[in-house]
Design a protein around this ligand. Structure first.
Ligand code: DOR
Ligand code: ZN
Length: 424
């Protein structure tokens, strides 16, 4: 099957391409890029006025299956990914059972096989994510995992973490770490600061995140392992990573739209809908995250897509689970907050959501190079619309961005040459 995409503005940050051209796809791969391409019999997709870019690579997604299918399934999460322009995603292991052995990796892979999305289950660092005994790293790697992480249940035991780093180093895979000190954050709901004070609640202090980032930097230097800090949310955290990178330590990091758009104030109007770990912080932190995106300290924009049911989120703030969905809004929020404000050029935003995470995971994705998989997102960069959680394909409706006016809309998502999403 041939597909000919006509007249798009092709933006491929992996090769510094930004210009109007056609893209020819054959048998799932990109076969030609150029002006006025013609191929008799090919299906024509008129993309004039639209941007065609590499399919997004979201390296932090909770698909919830197995075990929490009421929140999301691999199928529903992947359909949401397609609507958001995401063609490759890393699925977090805090399922039930946890993704701590090859059987569970294969189960998630099998569920994903027919979704059209390239789903890469991450392997748990510890058995059952209990933080006690390491999983069989070699076996998990052989099953095809791209990285190790205990996301959702941050690792506290330093001896275990150091040994995990030694092993990931020898296997050549990164360790993705959710940094928050358990004793300092307990199960608290919000950032420690003005809002926690106003509500009379104990808070999760920024230093709980920063201490563990500092700890990870030192252990990364000590072991030589590649450590990737998940969903960074504080200004000092960005500073620590900036300095560590300058010293040549192999550390990378990601953030999410909620951390460069929202502050802790959101809790006052939205309650548990704005509850997430790490928590929304201050305006100074938001500014520092944006600066980190601008100077390259932050390597990737991810969603931390964390669906929960309406009933769960309807509980009082201290009892409701943390997390927000993101797959269907990450591109438009990033375009709105970073590109349309002039903070970052379009190619940079797209690189943070495709080429850069692909590179740090060593994936052959995030590019429109001839010969590679034809994974693309085609979007109108300027179209204004209003986010409506009731339109989500995800089972999760837990977004603090419901009703927000945004700019930039996905029209088509193509995975290995197949149109897996088309607007309307
Ligand atoms: O807010 C969060 N929700 N942060 C995490 O680290 C885990 C996630 C979840 O699984 O719900
Ligand atoms: Zn996390």
């Amino acid at each position: 099957m041939q597909l000919l995409i006509k007249g798009a503005r092709v933006v491929d940050p992996s090769r510094n391409i930004d210009g109007r051209m056609d893209i020819l796809i054959n048998d799932g791969r990109i076969t030609q890029l150029g002006d006025n391409l013609d191929s008799p019999g090919a299906r024509i997709l008129d993309a004039s006025g639209l941007v065609a870019a590499p399919g997004l690579v979201d390296m932090h997604v909770h698909l919830r299956e197995p075990g929490f299918e009421v929140k999301e399934t691999v199928a529903s999460g992947c359909a949401a990914a397609a609507r958001g322009g995401v063609t490759t995603l890393v699925a977090m292991p805090n399922t039930r059972p946890a993704t701590d052995c090859p059987d569970i990796v294969r189960l998630v892979q099998a569920k994903a096989a027919f979704t059209g999305i390239n789903v890469l289950p991450a392997g748990a660092v510890t058995l059952g994510q209990k933080g006690e005994r390491l999983t069989d790293f070699t076996a998990l790697k052989a099953a095809g995992i791209p990285a190790f992480t205990d996301d959702g249940v941050p690792i506290q035991n330093l001896a275990l973490l150091r040994e995990a780093m030694r092993q990931v180093k020898s296997l050549g895979l990164p360790l993705l770490d959710h940094c928050e000190d358990k004793d300092l954050v307990q199960n608290y709901a919000v950032n420690e600061g003005k809002v926690s004070q106003a509500l009379g609640l104990p808070g999760r202090p920024a230093v709980a995140e920063e201490l563990q980032i500092m700890r990870d930097v030192m252990l990364a230097e000590d072991t030589g392992a590649h450590i990737h800090i998940c969903h960074i949310s504080t200004g000092k955290g960005v500073d620590i990573i900036r300095q560590a990178k300058a010293r040549g330590i192999w550390i990378t990091c990601e953030t999410c739209p909620q951390y460069f758009i929202l502050t802790e104030q959101e809790i006052l109007s939205q309650g548990s809908m704005a509850r997430v770990n790490p928590p929304l912080r201050t305006l100074a932190d938001v500014d520092a995250i944006r600066a980190g995106l601008q100077d390259g300290t932050i390597d990737a924009i991810v969603t931390d897509h964390a669906p929960h049911t309406t009933e769960e989120k309807a509980q009082p703030l201290p009892d409701a689970p943390s997390g927000m969905v993101g797959l269907e809004t990450s591109l438009t929020l990033s375009l709105t907050a970073l590109y349309h404000t002039g903070a970052l050029p379009l190619s940079r935003v797209l690189s943070l959501m495709s080429a850069s995470p692909a590179a740090l995971l060593g994936l052959d994705k995030g590019t429109l190079e001839v010969g590679r998989d034809a994974d693309l997102v085609i979007f109108d960069p300027d179209q204004e619309w209003i986010i409506d959680k009731n339109q989500f394909i995800s089972k999760g409706r837990n977004t603090p961005f419901h009703g927000r006016k945004v700019q930039g809309k996905v029209k088509y998502t193509i995975s290995q040459g197949n149109i897996i999403y088309q607007e309307g």
